[in-house]
Design a protein around this ligand. Structure first.
Ligand code: DTR
Ligand code: ZN
Ligand code: ZN
Ligand code: CA
Length: 435
């Protein structure tokens, strides 16, 4: 049984024991400082980048696909803009399908190196076309946001990093390579990764990823502020580069205007456009050119990206809480009885917080089999995850927020996991509570 409290908590306890502190209660969590307002992102600048990407495709066999000249020319274009704007850039290479791939990483000097906010987009197209909406749109908007950071000489509280991924169309290859190369200590510094893949669809919807609640709220607040309703992006996890980051426990979010799915009558009523028609009829087709962009959608999403980078990047990071963790493996019987893992909280005063963070790391080969609950010391159960026969993805690596304010903080808290479907097995790898 491996129990640990964070070094911060142990230090507080030690001081308490030494009588140097009246109480071992941690310092009050500072609320984020008022954020700095983002500038408007000039849509003309974003479209100028798209024109350049179109020219690159036209001059290189009609596409910007992994392994082709058009992709490397796209990377060179974006890198040159960032180098001229004062970013620290690096090219990361990898091999996929026998060809060299490239990720471009750009760091804005300054900010807290232990709190990294990253925004990214895949820069590759499919081989059948120029890939202007998919994903020149996300790439150009992220580039222009980075250039706006430079123009503003922004001094964020967090360290800002931007990324352009290769070989997303081959299966998130570039972003997976980047994350896999990151040492665990570096991954833990990420406060979030923001992904933008198809944000200018000609028959647009306004979809917000429903992953990290704080990131989701940041985007939803922006669109509410301009009177644009949004929906939760429901095409499922794993459909773009945010999945690479989510799979290692990094908070993610992003925006999407739709691909081959059809806009419903209700959505057309809400957003305009054409019901019964795909959000992007040129998805993965040769007609995905500069004519395949809705300027209003591209403009709104570009401004939303800047809003998120400024808001999340300039807020005062909430100091780390007190962590109580159990890293002992607990096997989960296939289609069998529930198992539990315990962390004992002691030395705190009063009740647990209204936003108690429950971080879980459960390895499993079909996470839809699993029901996951948090049990408070008095036995009250809080449902974290229900079973789902359709969710065949691996692992449950997530952080849940529970309103545990009705529960006494001290006592034995338990994570209860049950596998309710035959075949596929797993284990509790670790879990933790952050107060
Ligand atoms: N896989 C992306 C397009 C895509 C399809 N569904 C979603 C959902 C969220 C982001 C992107 C996508 C591509 O073809 O690059
Ligand atoms: Zn695509
Ligand atoms: Zn894409
Ligand atoms: Ca099972």
């Amino acid at each position: 049984m491996t129990l640990s409290v964070s070094r911060r908590m142990a230090a507080v306890t030690a001081l308490a024991v030494a009588g140097l502190l009246a109480s071992a209660a941690p310092a009050a969590t500072a609320s984020p400082a008022a954020a700095v307002a983002a500038p408007d992102i000039p849509i003309a600048n974003v479209k100028a980048h798209l024109s350049q990407l179109q020219t690159i495709a036209t001059n290189n066999g009609g596409n910007r696909a992994h392994g082709r000249a058009g992709y490397k020319a796209s990377i060179d274009y974006v890198k040159a803009k960032l180098d001229a704007a004062g970013f620290t850039t690096s090219l990361q290479t990898f091999t996929s399908s026998g060809a060299t791939g490239y990720n471009l990483i750009a760091d804005w000097p300054g900010g807290d190196p232990n709190s990294v906010l990253m925004a990214g987009a895949h820069l590759d197209s499919v081989s059948s076309g120029a890939g202007i909406n998919d994903n020149g749109s996300g790439s150009a908007a992220v580039l222009e946001t980075a250039l706006a950071v430079s123009r503003a000489q922004l001094q964020p509280t967090k360290h800002l990093r931007f990324g352009w991924w290769g070989a997303e169309e081959l299966g998130l290859v570039g972003s997976k390579h980047y994350v896999n190369q990151l040492p665990a200590a570096e991954r833990s510094k990420f406060s979030g990764y923001l992904n933008f893949d198809m944000i200018g669809s000609p028959n647009p919807g306004y979809f917000v990823y429903d992953d990290d609640p704080a990131i989701e709220k940041t985007f939803k607040d922006y669109f509410a502020g301009i009177g644009v309703p949004t929906e939760i992006e429901t095409e499922g996890d794993g459909r773009s580069d945010h999945a690479s980051f989510k799979n290692v426990g990094i908070p993610v979010g992003g925006l999407f205007t739709g691909a081959s799915r059809t806009k419903s009558a209700a959505q057309a009523q809400k957003w305009g456009g054409t019901s019964g028609q795909a959000f992007d009829r040129c998805y993965h087709s040769s007609c995905d050119t500069t004519t395949n962009i809705n300027d209003t959608a591209l403009d709104r999403n570009s401004d939303a990206i800047a809003h998120a980078v400024w808001t999340l990047g300039t807020e005062t990071p909430v100091p780390p809480g007190d962590v109580y963790e159990n890293t002992a493996d607990v096997a989960i019987p296939d289609n069998g009885a529930a198992v539990t893992s315990t962390v004992t909280v002691a030395g705190r005063t009063g009740n647990a917080p209204a936003a108690l963070k429950v971080g879980v790391d459960i390895k499993h080969t079909w996470r839809g089999d699993l029901v996951v609950d948090l049990l408070a010391p008095d036995g009250t159960a809080y449902r974290l995850k229900s079973s789902s026969s359709s969710d065949s993805a691996d692992n449950v690596i997530a952080t849940y927020t529970v309103n545990a304010s009705a529960e006494a903080a001290n006592g034995a808290w338990k994570l209860r996991v049950q596998d309710v479907a035959a075949q596929d097995i797993g284990k509790i790898d670790s879990w933790k509570l952050t107060f």
